[in-house]
Design a protein around this ligand. Structure first.
Ligand SMILES: Cc1ncc(COP(=O)(O)O)c(C=O)c1O
Length: 434
């Protein structure tokens, strides 16, 4: 099972049992200066995770390979600049994400556009920026992209996203590779083979790759082998060797001490070995391999800091502590029943350990971050840290109840950079209507 230290960023330090610093910065001082809720990202945790994946690809795959960070996990203009500096590729799913990474200096040949319903504008932008691949999600979309491209000079590169009909054990909302998922082109009814033939013979698009994405928070590497074998058989069936193969992202991470630590070596070795088994290990025979990790790169780097406000004890004895954030900055517990752990930043000496429900400040009973966890009895003013908060929280954050999205910091080797200022909701265009 994961140890508490393995849930926090690699730079987290404790003194006398109290979480004191991350990225060399005092948490109390950061909160003093920037207020709460406050999200912090630890640069070293992210960079180490990225480098680990690079070296695993190098170890297990002799052919060309690439890491395309899944922007949907978390993106901002400044963070995209850091991805550009690392030389990472990115997967984007909207005009907004595309524009953001382009503005941050990520070149077109390092960008892939996903999505099950891309707009004409998004497809035109992708063509204009000459991105590496538009990942076509259906036969309908293939015809749509062909139609748009037919009026233009350039021939966009596309991949086909195939639905391999593989079930993965994760929340149903984040399963994406099973037969009745809205994503991908099905194999069983012959559509996938047909799409490959149409795309291979197309005069307006150039088919370069094949893609699958099974879902998110996946812990079983065998699922990737099964799914890859399925699409590689499809390639054999139609007599096509793709230039690029992408098994997507989805590798899981522990959020609490009840879940074992996951080692990406299981995922990467399984993916690489499946392709090597198919093509052999000679460099010139291996297609390019593109992995698309989001959560496993950025989740552990992020920590959410909240201040406790009102506390109460219910008639059944439950202790409630209300935080100054909640479902608007972290919708995951509400959406997926996601579980977290929390740490008091301060002394627990002299406090009883009580079963505590950490609720948010929003007007909905489902606004809970942790349903039940033992914590030293909390009082107004306490500071709480929730680790593994880097993925699918801020990127899904809202202004529910007309509250502001939080301040976000990047802590890198003694420097503190503001990635996002706390949002000024009363001067936003949603407020003014302009
Ligand atoms: C196509 C695609 N690739 C990659 C990812 C990243 O998944 P994860 O963050 O679980 O690695 C997603 C997320 O759902 C996705 O839809």
């Amino acid at each position: 099972m994961a140890k508490k230290e393995e849930l926090f960023p690699v730079t987290a330090t404790w003194k006398d049992g109290i979480l004191r610093q991350i990225g060399g910065e005092s948490l109390e001082e950061l909160v003093e200066e920037h207020g709460t809720p406050l999200y912090i990202y630890d640069a070293l945790t992210f960079k180490q995770g990225y480098e680990t994946l690079c070296s695993l690809l190098e170890k297990f795959y002799a052919g060309p390979s690439e890491i395309a960070y899944a922007s949907k996990a978390y993106i901002s203009q400044k963070f995209a600049g850091k991805l550009a500096a690392l030389g990472a590729s990115v997967d984007v799913v909207s005009a907004g994400e595309l524009l953001m990474v382009v503005n941050a200096g990520i070149p077109g040949e390092k960008i892939h556009l996903h999505g099950n319903n891309k707009s004409e504008k998004e497809i035109r932008m992708a063509i204009e920026y000459r991105i590496e691949s538009i990942v076509v999600d259906s036969l309908d979309e293939l015809w749509f992209v062909e139609k748009i491209a037919s009026g233009l000079d350039s021939t966009p590169k596309i991949w086909l996203r195939i639905n391999p009909d593989i079930y993965v054990e994760t929340h149903t909302a984040i399963q994406t590779g099973h037969e009745v998922s809205k994503f991908g082109i099905p194999i069983k009814n012959g559509e996938a083979a047909r799409a490959i033939q149409i795309a291979l013979h197309s005069k307006t698009v150039r088919l370069t790759g094949i893609h699958i994405h099974l879902g998110s928070q996946i812990f079983d590497a065998n699922r990737y082998r099964k799914a890859l074998n399925t699409i590689l058989s499809l390639c054999d069936h139609v007599g096509w060797t793709p230039q690029t193969i992408s098994p997507g992202g989805g590798w899981g991470v522990p959020y609490t001490e009840a879940i074992p630590v996951t080692d990406p070596v299981d995922w990467i070795s399984e993916v690489c070995n499946s392709i090597v088994k198919w093509r052999g290990n000679a460099i010139n025979r291996l297609p390019q391999l593109v992995i698309e990790p989001g959560r496993c790169l950025i989740a552990r780097a992020g920590v959410a800091l909240y201040r406790v406000g009102a506390t109460k004890e219910l008639v059944d004895g439950t202790h409630i502590a209300a935080l100054d954030g909640g479902m608007a900055d972290n919708p995951r517990p509400g959406l997926y029943g996601a579980e977290y752990m929390a740490e008091l930043i301060g002394s627990a000496v002299g406090r009883r350990l009580v079963g505590t429900r950490l609720v948010g400040r929003y007007c909905e009973s489902g606004d809970e971050l942790i349903h039940q966890t033992p914590l030293p009895e909390l009082v107004r003013g306490d500071l709480i840290a929730i680790p593994v908060s880097g993925a699918y929280q801020l990127s899904m954050a809202s202004n529910y109840n007309l509250t502001s999205r939080p301040c976000v910091l990047w802590l890198d080797n003694g420097t503190v950079e503001v990635l996002h200022k706390r949002e000024e909701i009363d001067s936003s265009s949603w407020w003014t209507g302009d």
